[in-house]
Write a protein that binds this ligand. Structure first.
Ligand code: CMC
Length: 428
């Protein structure tokens, strides 16, 4: 006998089924609420208690600090898999065998050519344009070069769309950075692996040989895996809701990039570094900023701390902290900003305000540190997040369409004026 939940409204009791997920998460299915009650709805700003869908992609338990893609723990994937294997797993549901993985890698390489016309679009942006705005626009521009909407019911069409965007996106990322730095655009090198190719396209200087550093390759690979999906966060929900109107894959991804841009979401990694730089400029007094973060009359928040769903240590942060230490020691970096980061981390983990609210450093606290050490400009940090999140967005978009989800259209509770009469302009 499945569980039911009862809701009493104005003396009448209504029953609703309780659904249970494979990890025993329970949810009251209120899809018939308005119909049964004659118009009563629910309200949940920020959707803190609202599930928007049933999904088989990522499992996250914020209380325990658990994150799994398709049933595999993030710890095991970060240690044993590479980014393209994880991308395949997320999008197609299973780990690829050797032949499938090789084909996936090769098909992505074949698609890593970007129409020359796109360069003109990149050129048209001012050099100082924020790379996230540029990336979102370029991803949107891909729809103009690929006008046919993908047929989600055709496995072949879906696969082709996946390798196309996975191939072209790193090129757009690299060009976005090089535009920002006034550097000539580099093409993809098909002799290289996905990560090595990204690093070369980003960092190769004219007239110089680019030498790969395995520590950086490993750190970037891990960072991308850790960012690859995170169930129904702000940008993923955006991708799903835009796609729910049957807008195309690239258009939906472009919307996801815009959602990711904000400092409370993907933009936090940039905000972390800006905050650290501000503290350094102000004399490096971390105690002063700890006090500001705790002062409710001060809008300052410690960026890179806290998480909407993790009320325990972010499991991704644990993994990436190790990679951050490796990168810093391999590159022999002594950076006052990074020392401030370490100081804040130490102080926050011992401070009752942060401990009692379960505000731990999140993945973006450490990812910003690694990106800085790698020489990636601060404004590019969120672009790197988008690069990692791409397979997750695609997987969620595909799932949403295959499950034939209805168009996303929330309700509201109207709190504006009641009916009133129009007053002509001369009488106002
Ligand atoms: N610094 C100081 N106080 C904080 C912070 C912070 N970073 N984060 C939360 N708090 C306090 C908040 O003031 C509140 O205190 P009280 O209970 O006394 O009113 C309490 O902790 C709970 O905060 P909340 O705003 O209700 O928590 P939330 O779940 O709505 O917000 C958050 C989550 C991530 C938006 C927030 O922690 C924050 O703004 N963090 C800084 C930005 C950041 O690092 N974002 C990246 C998130 S990870 C990347 C991603 O997945 O997108």
């Amino acid at each position: 006998m499945s569980e039911i939940a009862k809701i009493e409204v104005n003396g009448s009791v209504y029953e609703f089924p309780v659904i249970e997920g494979t990890e025993n998460e329970k949810a009251i299915n209120i899809s018939k609420l308005r119909g049964l009650t004659g118009g009563v709805t629910t309200i949940d700003p920020g959707y803190k208690n609202t599930g928007s869908c049933e999904s088989g992609i990522t499992f996250l338990d914020g209380e325990k600090g658990t994150l799994r893609y398709r049933g595999y723990s993030i710890e095991e994937l970060a240690e044993k898999a590479d980014f393209l294997e994880v991308a395949y797993l997320l999008i197609f549901g299973e780990l690829p065998d050797a032949a499938t993985l090789e084909k996936f890698q090769n098909d992505i390489k074949k698609q890593s050519i970007v129409d020359e016309e796109i360069k003109k679009i990149v050129d048209a942006f001012p050099k100082a344009a924020h790379p996230m705005g540029v990336l979102s626009s370029l991803t949107s521009a891909l729809t103009a070069f690929n006008p046919n909407s993908v047929d989600v019911d055709s496995e072949e069409a879906m696969y082709n769309a996946v390798v196309k965007i996975m191939g072209k996106f790193p090129v757009l990322v690299a060009w976005t950075m090089r535009k920002n730095q006034g550097m000539p655009f580099k093409y993809s090198d098909s002799s290289l692996g996905y990560i090595e190719n990204i690093l070369k396209m980003m960092f190769k200087k004219p007239g110089e040989k680019y030498v790969q550093n395995p520590v950086l390759v490993n750190a970037l690979d891990k960072l991308l895996i850790l960012h690859a999906d995170h169930e129904q966060n702000c940008s993923t929900s955006t991708v799903r809701i835009v796609g729910s109107s049957h807008a195309g894959l690239f258009a939906s991804l472009s919307a996801g990039i815009s959602a990711l841009w904000g400092p409370l979401h993907g933009g936090a990694n940039q905000a972390v570094l800006e905050m650290l730089a501000g503290i350094e400029e102000d004399g490096g007094d971390t105690a002063k900023y700890m006090a500001k973060a705790k002062d409710k009359s001060d809008p300052f928040r410690l960026m890179g701390f806290g998480h909407r769903v993790y009320k325990n240590f972010d499991p991704r942060a644990k993994i990436i902290k190790v990679a951050a230490d490796e990168v810093l020691s391999d590159l022999g970096i002594e950076d006052p900003i990074l020392n401030i980061a370490k100081g804040l981390e130490r102080e926050a983990l011992a401070d009752d305000y942060f401990v009692s609210r379960k505000l731990y450093p999140n993945v973006d606290f450490y990812s910003g540190i690694i990106y800085r050490a790698m020489g990636i400009p601060t404004e590019m940090f969120t672009v790197m997040f988008a690069l990692g999140r791409l397979p997750g967005w695609i997987a969620q978009w595909k799932e949403m369409r295959l499950r034939k989800e209805p168009i996303g259209r929330p309700r509201q509770v109207y709190i504006g004026e009641n009916l009133r009469s129009f007053v002509p302009v001369e009488k106002r």
